[in-house]
Design a protein around this ligand. Structure first.
Ligand code: 5GP
Ligand code: ZN
Length: 113
């Protein structure tokens, strides 16, 4: 998708600290961390909302959700972690390519109200 920063990162056109990559996803460090460890797991297909997902895209998201705990040492998730998916403007979504925030460690932001 043109003008999508995450599509550009996936294509290698913009640099990112890449933690993991396979055919379905890329996991990078968030550029403005809101917790001690803050990663983004980004399905490689461009879509904005869970509500928009095709079955194939839903499979990619499922693969992301299964992969994250498999990488717990690499991502320093041993003591627990939080997953966040912002959906739409009112949730503060700023990049309209679906992504899963992975947050762990001290100073964790976004405490539930
Ligand atoms: P959203 O608010 O859409 O759920 O989250 C977007 C996230 O992407 C933010 O936490 C922001 O810091 C991160 N982000 C935006 N641009 C870049 C970038 O170019 N590189 C990386 N690594 N993260 C980015
Ligand atoms: Zn995209």
């Amino acid at each position: 998708m043109e003008n999508c920063i995450f599509c550009k990162i996936i294509a290698g056109e913009i640099p990112a600290t890449k933690m993991y990559e396979d055919d379905d996803m890329i996991i990078i460090r968030d550029i403005e961390p809101k917790a001690k460890n803050h990663f983004l797991c980004i399905p490689k297909t461009h879509f904005k909302l869970l509500a928009d997902m095709t079955e194939k895209e839903a499979e990619q998201v499922k693969r992301c959700l299964k992969k994250i705990p498999e990488l717990k040492e690499l991502l320093q998730l041993e003591n627990g972690y939080r997953l966040v998916i912002n959906q739409g403007d009112d949730a503060g979504q700023t990049v309209f390519h679906l992504h899963i925030h992975i947050l762990s460690g001290q100073k964790m932001g976004w405490q539930p109200a």
